[in-house]
Design a protein around this ligand. Structure first.
Ligand code: ATP
Ligand code: MG
Ligand code: MG
Ligand code: MG
Length: 439
């Protein structure tokens, strides 16, 4: 991508409305734009990051056996009347009437709709277990939308829903998502700790929130500090192994970790004092097992091996991609801007032409840009005629992991500089060596 032809509206000044660093940096880097309170457009740079986050989420959901579909944002109130949640949900639900005066709503979550899909076509235990997910916009009319996309009214959620014949089966489905979540957050460059959580309006019995420790987090959390260094399940984890997944769950729940709603002071005090971590955190994911809470009122049942009908045991599993992007920035930035983990960086490499219009600089940059693009890298080429200082500041701000800098003096020697955004380390090398390092 040539910056001269891209759309990346950088802000020079710090936006006054932004209270936390991620919000400030997302606005300054031209990643998002607020359209009305708590409702955002994702501008091209932000969209790239969001897409990469979603690709990792999708990959790990698929690995764990979940199946993607797409459900609409607008839902009929009827389904919610069946489950009893239409009246219970309260003011967070955006209620809409269509031209026939039929009550509709902008979905805040999808338990009812997915249960309806399930009951219309699954009739036998032989079709279980089943886990269906989508990545879709949600709307919750939050009392206090704030911190940019961290708590917005319209936001994206990956929500998965599992269906099993028995409670034991449902626990295995729960453990699959538990392990998939550990892997997902790890691939996003984050350390998320599963904590015992309240089940809230979704309801249910077994629930964990995945929390990232951060001073700007809205949750108050308490946990054993060893979780910060626990091993993440590997790529070869066998998601069909009941024992294997139970062992992962048991290990990751063996020490104290709870959000303030579930906090048990006495149990926490039993943790040796030096191991106690009392901190603030960001909820980036939340998983629930809620048994037959929706299948009973909505009549979602299958025929079991005994020939009788059974209400299915369900769970739901949410991750917030549009919250994860700022959460990653909260965890990874410096005074100059964002430092993206390579896995979600909007571009892999930025090529900086320090003197656009200088033939040797232009030729060198074009050569590098073409070679790296051909090798499948996402390359941003800063070919604008801005001052070199402005280009450096922009490259640091947008946090691309690698900068290749071509200035007239180095280029005259057949060389460029390669800078690592995270460490700031710079290395001068031949043009060929710079290309070879990344292809
Ligand atoms: P919170 O406690 O922050 O209000 P929640 O518990 O209401 O979140 P869930 O119903 O558990 O949210 O939804 C699953 C995930 O969706 C959350 O873990 C979070 O990552 C994301 N999410 C929820 N509400 C928002 C929001 N207003 N803006 C952005 N992401 C959100
Ligand atoms: Mg909420
Ligand atoms: Mg919550
Ligand atoms: Mg939650």
């Amino acid at each position: 991508m040539r910056l001269s032809r891209y759309f990346m509206p950088i802000l020079k000044e710090n936006p006054k409305e932004a209270e936390i660093v991620s919000h400030r940096l997302m606005l300054r880097a031209g990643m998002i734009r607020q359209q009305s309170q708590g409702i955002y457009s994702w501008l091209p740079l932000g969209k790239r990051v969001l897409d990469k986050v979603n690709a990792i989420i999708r990959d790990e959901q698929n690995r764990a056996g979940a199946i993607e579909l797409s459900m609409p944002t607008l839902q009929s109130a009827e389904l919610w009347q069946e489950s009893g949640r239409y009246d219970a949900y309260g003011k967070e639900m955006l209620r809409i009437k269509d031209r026939q005066d039929r009550p509709m709503l902008y979905g805040p979550t999808n338990e009812e709709m997915v249960t309806d899909i399930f009951r219309s076509s699954v009739k036998s235990y032989k079709d279980l277990p089943l886990n269906l997910y989508h990545i879709q916009l949600k709307f919750r009319d939050e009392i206090r939308p704030r911190f940019g996309t961290m708590r917005s009214r319209e936001f994206m959620m990956k929500d998965a829903y599992s269906f099993d014949l028995t409670r034991e089966g449902a626990e295995h489905s729960y453990n699959k998502m538990f392990a998939a979540y550990l892997r997902t957050f790890d691939r996003l460059g984050l350390r998320a700790i599963p904590m015992r959580a309240d089940t809230g309006p979704i309801g249910g019995k077994l629930s964990h929130e995945f929390i990232i420790l951060a001073d700007t987090g809205e949750s108050e959390v308490f946990c054993h500090k060893d979780f910060v260094d626990f091993d993440i399940p590997g790529a070869h984890t066998d998601f069909d192994s009941v024992e294997g997944l139970q062992a992962i769950f048991d290990k990751w729940t063996s020490l104290y970790a709870a959000t303030s709603e579930m906090h048990d002071e006495a149990a926490f005090n039993a943790v040796p004092e030096g191991d106690r971590l009392s901190a603030r955190g960001i909820e980036v994911g939340h998983i629930f097992y809620f048994g037959t809470k929706y299948s009973e009122p909505m009549g979602a049942k299958v025929q079991g091996p005994d020939g009788k009908e059974h209400f299915v045991h369900m769970g739901s599993y949410g991750i917030g991609p549009t919250r994860l992007v700022p959460a990653i920035i909260e965890a990874s930035h410096d005074d100059n801007g964002i430092i993206w983990p390579a896995s979600v960086a909007p571009f892999d490499i930025v090529v900086i032409n320090m003197k656009a219009g200088d033939q040797a600089c232009d030729d060198t940059c074009e050569l590098i840009y073409a070679a790296l693009t051909k090798a499948g890298k996402d390359v941003l080429y800063d070919d604008t005629d801005d001052r070199a200082g402005t280009k450096f500041a922009t490259a640091d701000l947008i946090g691309v992991p690698v900068q290749i800098i071509a200035g007239p003096r180095a280029v005259a020697n057949g060389e460029v500089e390669v800078k690592d955004r995270k460490t700031g380390a710079r290395e001068t090398m031949t043009i060929e060596a710079a290309i070879n390092r990344f292809v």
